[in-house]
Design a protein around this ligand. Sequence first.
Ligand code: ZN
Ligand code: ZN
Length: 60
Amino acid sequence: MPTSQEISTSSKHSSKPTSPPPPPQFWYCCSCRYGPMTIILTPACVHCNDHYRCGNCKLE
Ligand SMILES: [Zn+2]
Ligand SMILES: [Zn+2]
């Protein structure tokens, strides 16, 4: 009684396309740490009122 076994090699077929992470949409004021605020809609801190988003402000 011959026994035939088929060895099925599981290949990696679930390869997800690597997409770059989305750009930050929110930022926190570096002066008063208020946030999050929308980068597009809120270019300046609504709490400081005169602090525009600078390089020190945290993006998220
Ligand atoms: Zn602020
Ligand atoms: Zn700042």
